[in-house]
Write a protein that binds this ligand. Sequence first.
Ligand SMILES: Cc1ncc(COP(=O)(O)O)c(C=O)c1O
Length: 405
Amino acid sequence: MLDAQDPELAALLERERQRQTRSLTLIASENHCSPAVREACSSVLTDKYAEGYPGRRYYGGCAIADQVEELAAARALRMFPGMAHANVQPHSGTSANWEVLSALAGSGGRILGVALAEGGHLSHGHPVSHTGKMFEVEQYGTNHETGLIDYDSVRDLARKFRPKVLIAGASSYPRELDYAVFAEIAREVDAVLLADIAHPAGLMAAGVIGSPVGHADVLTMTTHKTLRGPRGGLILCSEELRKQIDSSVFPGGQGGPLMHQIAAKAVAFAEALAPEFKTYQQAVKDNAAHLAACLAEGGMKIVTGGTDTHMVVVDLRGTGATGADVESRCFEAGISLNKNMVPGDPESPRVTSGFRVGTAAATTRGLGKDQFAELASIIAEIVRGTDPASLKARVATLCDAHPAP
Ligand SMILES: Cc1ncc(COP(=O)(O)O)c(C=O)c1O
């Protein structure tokens, strides 16, 4: 239908489909959701307004929307047993963080999170984000020798700053976090502990790495990274915080929920509850460990010396290449990855001294250890300065053998 009605847009979508199929995504925050998730995203619910919550809507005709939202929330809680309440309405991870911080820190309240340059996310208090403007912010970082979170400095800062919300979570930190230590620090300074698990949510839902449940008061996440669902956000919290969080999402931060996306979240959560998801997530984790080992064998310096998750961060200092160089040369060869700051990076965020890769999307396409070893060898060649055009055929062979869903 789209071809006939809007060939211009249809052609763009086809070009994007081909781009995704003919290249390999190693961007750690991306994945390929299932056709069933995509179908729900484009379903009739795209037309439905449902401001409010199930049973308490500001529009008529919401009986089915209510059931869809309740189904998504119930499945979310089954993914993370131990949490009391799920709000499935946040439009994105950033919205979820903004809504939780507004609810729990209050306007001008104090928040403490990881700095962007140290692996954190904009929505944890960076000056360009509303979270950096509307709250009083202090940020912690990593030990620049080891690349690991410096828990002693988190404790010291928390004691001095006394935040209302302590944020544990990052965008480019390849290791598991010690949520028990974060919880102890939060308790000591009377802060709420927010665990932002946007990246590792899928690994945690499958139980292949530890989760913050039992330690954190609130969890925020995106549904489209390792969790492999539609683009969107999700908040899980204790019963005690339910009212504050719900009213901060609606009417505080958002209007009508995106019911088609919520339907697609429900589909993705059911997929995450199936036994195959655990097998998939174990493969994501094993592939990342193998990729890190192969990159190290190829002469790359791996930040923190390895990974516990789906993500590997490489420090390019001493190779003569910058993150921006490697990103653009890999793109020419058919691999998408992103430049990334590394601990103590002297370069600007537009250049950087490192890059970040993740295994979630390529593992969805069925790549295993041998194929990740091949990718590591291609990337090492690119870092050494080999012409990317000469490596294109090797990437194409991997793509042809492993079509995107
Ligand atoms: C840790 C973390 N939190 C929040 C977000 C924001 O998610 P979104 O892009 O959906 O706003 C991201 C996205 O990369 C993230 O890595």
